[in-house]
Design a protein around this ligand. Structure first.
Ligand code: ATP
Length: 457
């Protein structure tokens, strides 16, 4: 992980947030390469789960929303983590993580879902769990804290002006359910998808962008009538498309993925089934990448109760009103990016490179003139670069020697480097194309480059 993190900093993928002012814990900024990779993953998700399907429409709800939404969803009362501090070194932890890590080291599992602060503390005392940083056993009491970020709107103090930064994109979908039904031609079963930032006051540090206080989510709420549609078919259909997305669209090694079914104690009380797609991250092994939950009609019913609005949908065949059930696949786009980077990181001898799928890489190709001080080479290379730029994102590099240029393109995952040399001008109108993964080289005709890049995605 250290190597991946160092590469991400060195090559402009990920920087610590507010770095020149000492940083803000759990925030990160995405550099020129990171912005491109994140954008490619985000677009791929949207193309795959919205544009690629006939039964899903998109939505873009606001980040700031009424506190009433979060009261109804149960987040203001229940969206909390338990926190504990080490009195000796002032280390701050999530109590569930401290206990889970302790039992994982012992080779057993401990379910910590739904425990009270007192129960957390008792386990920590009984098990004599030491602080991971200083090794002392000197814990404060365990306290609950809410993960939502409050925002105070306007100049009027008091309840009316209280809002929250959204803690998930899902609620924006539920509260707009009726708007979408009334303003479009959707018919059950159908999904509403949303891609955008969510905010959670996370206290756990480390592991790069795995857990941050501001992150991008891709969520779909898939609505259906349980009397007419078999939920298991929808559930398994999403399982297949999530797996396919990770393996075939993001190019991740399937051996690093697995499904984990939530136990009865772990699952939310309203959920009939929840499974996590987990990825084997280089820190701490398999961890949640993507959640899939059958949430029944819980959320819509909560909003019906709290808003007093009718959020049911009329079944025109039976003339009956239905409050649909929902299945929700929810993923962090940043977690997808971290997985993609970890999986792509490859070392071979002296060489380190990112084995990204060409369609994901920040640049599809790089163009070099063999020598920067020969105007005729630069001119031809520039012409090819400008032509390719119309269809692809391409890099230009004329610094240093070719070896250095290859090394830097390898580390940002550019799959093809195209060099213009004297033979190009004088002999064959061909260029040398060099492949990132094998480092092998081939000559191809200038007018074939575009087709070549299109065919090899
Ligand atoms: P975790 O157990 O890791 O805190 P969660 O079960 O609370 O996650 P969900 O509420 O189901 O997560 O959110 C759906 C997805 O959003 C997760 O699978 C994950 O990919 C992503 N996600 C959640 N919290 C964060 C975060 N703080 N930073 C980055 N991604 C996150």
């Amino acid at each position: 992980m250290e190597k991946v993190a160092a590469l991400c900093k060195r090559r402009g993928f990920i920087y610590a947030g507010s770095e020149i002012y000492g940083g803000v814990a759990n925030t990160y900024d995405y550099g020129p390469m990171g912005a491109e990779l994140l954008r490619n993953i985000r677009n791929l998700w949207w193309n795959n789960f919205v544009h690629g399907r006939d039964d899903v429409v998109g939505l873009d709800a606001s980040l700031i929303s009424s506190h009433k939404i979060w009261d109804a969803s149960g987040h203001t009362a229940g969206f909390s983590d338990a926190m504990v501090d080490c009195k000796n070194c002032k280390g701050r932890y999530r109590a569930d993580h401290v206990i889970e890590d302790h039992f994982a080291k012992k080779g057993t599992e401990q379910n910590v879902e739904g425990l009270t602060p007192e129960e957390f503390k008792k386990i920590m005392v009984d098990e004599k769990i030491k602080c991971a940083k200083c090794g002392k056993i000197d814990w404060t009491d365990v306290r609950k804290f809410n993960l939502l970020f409050p925002v105070h709107l306007g100049i009027v103090e008091g309840d009316q002006s209280l809002a929250y930064l959204r803690g998930e994109t899902a609620q924006g979908i539920f509260v707009n359910f009726k708007n979408v039904v009334d303003s479009t031609r959707v018919k059950l079963p159908f999904g509403i998808a949303q891609l955008g930032k969510s905010f959670r006051n996370e206290i756990t540090l480390g592991n790069s962008i795995f857990r941050t206080i501001e992150f991008e989510q891709g969520e779909i709420e898939y609505f259906f009538d349980p009397d007419k549609t078999n939920w298991e078919e929808i559930f398994n259909g999403f399982k297949d498309s999530m797996w396919d997305f990770a393996v075939n669209k993001l190019g991740v090694n399937a051996d690093n993925l697995r499904w984990r079914v939530h136990s009865d104690d772990e699952r939310s009380f309203y959920s009939k089934r929840t499974e996590d797609l987990e990825y084997n991250y280089p820190f701490g092994g398999f961890k949640e990448l993507w959640g899939l939950a059958y949430r029944t009609d819980y959320d819509l019913n909560q909003h019906i109760k709290h808003s007093g609005k009718d959020l049911s949908i009329l079944d025109t065949q039976t003339n009956k009103k239905v409050v649909p059930h929902v299945i929700e696949p929810a993923v962090g786009i940043n977690r997808l990016m971290l997985m993609t980077l970890c999986d792509a990181y490859t070392e071979e001898g002296e060489r380190s490179f990112l084995k990204l799928k060409p369609s994901l890489a920040p640049y599809r190709a790089a163009v070099f003139p063999l020598l920067a001080n020969k105007p005729e080479l630069v001119e031809k290379a520039r012409e090819i670069y400008k032509t390719l730029q119309k269809d692809f994102r391409v890099a230009w590099d004329d610094r240093g020697n070719i070896g250095k240029r290859y090394a830097s393109q390898d580390e940002i995952g550019t799959p093809y480097c195209i060099t213009i040399d004297f033979d190009t001008l004088e002999k064959d109108q061909k260029v040398t194309i060099r492949f990132r993964d094998s480092a092998a080289q081939e000559r191809i005709a200038i007018d074939q480059i575009k087709d070549y890049l299109i065919q090899n995605t």
